[in-house]
Design a protein around this ligand. Structure first.
Ligand SMILES: NC(=O)c1ccc[n+]([C@@H]2O[C@H](COP(=O)([O-])OP(=O)(O)OC[C@H]3O[C@@H](n4cnc5c(N)ncnc54)[C@H](O)[C@@H]3O)[C@@H](O)[C@H]2O)c1
Length: 329
């Protein structure tokens, strides 16, 4: 695995995203010659990439992935494209028509631009939402999806990600555009926004503890999620860009199911608080798929692209809280 990003040029669609901002940092640190950040700022804000101001290798492009001409121009001369622009479940629930268009039509536009500009590889931000509520001891990339038992909005979101993956496979087969579909689990970390349901729970819990209020857990606290730190996700996307062959799908997750109770206890510990969780009835309108077992496996990513997560939940929570503290939550 000696391939490197040094001297290469990359386009990040959704360049003002949480994950895109960390990806840009890592590509620059690895010696990339150019990083183009394309975003229409419909969800992300320029502040998230403000620290890159003055970096000569960064080019900001105000562009829309629903306008293919803008994508084709931005893709010229690129070694790879990171397709991160998209609507998470929460923004999708506010505007389903636009969310579906961006996640699907936008994705086919990116692939088309990659084909026309002869870009070697596209890395796509898929999601473990693509599994729906599929239950198994271990969920690997070959496991089927089960959408009928998740909420309609979670199913629509997951289905847009499945379609993105299949479009990627099609473009690889028909036109030889390399493709990696990365199924992220619940991403959290520094520069966290309020658009991701599970990461919001970390921020809300911390804010309550800071105010001296007991952290609230809905339900019995046994609901689990797989929390993966944002810098690990960015590193996984780069590993796929450099080492991915053909068209493949990878879980980018820790493989650890963390219950709400365990997460809250970790946050309380980081905050050095003696408060006790307050369990309440679950009345959430938008929640991601999950139950008391998920079992996402990161084994394929480790085996085939040499990636494994490096940041523990304890360290990740501490870093997230330190960032929130510094930036006023
Ligand atoms: N954050 C997570 O927990 C998570 C988990 C699984 C998958 N994902 C996927 O990863 C990707 C990035 O996630 P994030 O949390 O960094 O997202 P984000 O919400 O921070 O960023 C999405 C970006 O896309 C941009 N965008 C939206 N429509 C656009 C358009 N038409 N043209 C150009 N840009 C547009 C937004 O302005 C925003 O900057 C998304 O596709 C998301 O679905 C995220």
């Amino acid at each position: 695995m000696s391939r490197t990003a040094a001297g290469k040029a990359y386009l990040i669609c959704g360049g003002a995203s949480l994950i895109g901002s960390h990806l840009a940092d890592q590509l620059l640190a690895a010696g990339a010659s150019e990083v183009r950040l394309l975003d229409n700022f419909s969800l992300g804000t320029p502040e998230i990439i403000a620290h890159l101001e003055g970096e000569a290798r960064v080019k900001r492009i105000r562009g829309d992935i629903l306008r293919i001409n803008e994508l084709i121009e931005a893709s010229e001369g690129m070694d790879g494209i990171f397709a991160l622009a998209g609507f998470l479940t929460l923004p999708m629930s506010h505007n389903p028509p636009l969310g579906v268009a961006v996640n699907t039509e936008g994705m086919v536009n990116i692939l088309e631009a990659a084909r026309l500009a002869r870009v070697r590889h596209v890395v796509f931000s898929s999601s473990v939402a693509a599994y729906g509520n599929m239950a198994a001891d271990t969920l690997t990339e070959d496991s089927p999806s089960l959408m009928s038992s998740v909420s309609p909005i979670a199913a629509v979101y997951g289905t847009t990600k499945l379609l993105g993956e299949q479009l990627g496979r099609l473009y690889a087969q028909k036109y030889g555009v390399g493709f990696s579909g990365m199924r992220f689990s619940s991403v959290y970390g520094e520069r966290q926004h309020a658009r991701a349901v599970n990461a919001n729970f970390i921020a809300e819990t911390y804010d309550r503890i800071k105010r001296g209020e007991r952290p609230v857990i809905v339900g019995d606290g046994r609901e689990v999620h797989d929390y993966v730190y944002v810098t690990d996700v960015a590193a996984g996307c780069i590993a796929a860009m450099l080492n991915g062959e053909g068209a493949q799908v990878f879980n980018l997750c820790t493989g650890v199911d963390t219950t709400h109770t365990d997460l809250v206890r970790t946050i309380l510990e980081v905050c050095d608080s003696k408060l006790e969780p307050d369990y309440r009835e679950d009345t959430r309108a938008v929640k991601s798929a999950g139950g008391d077992h998920l079992g996402f496996s990161p084994a394929k990513a480790e085996r085939e692209i040499g990636w494994k997560p490096a940041v523990s939940l304890r360290d990740g929570v501490a870093r997230t809280i330190a960032w929130r503290e510094k930036h006023g939550g």
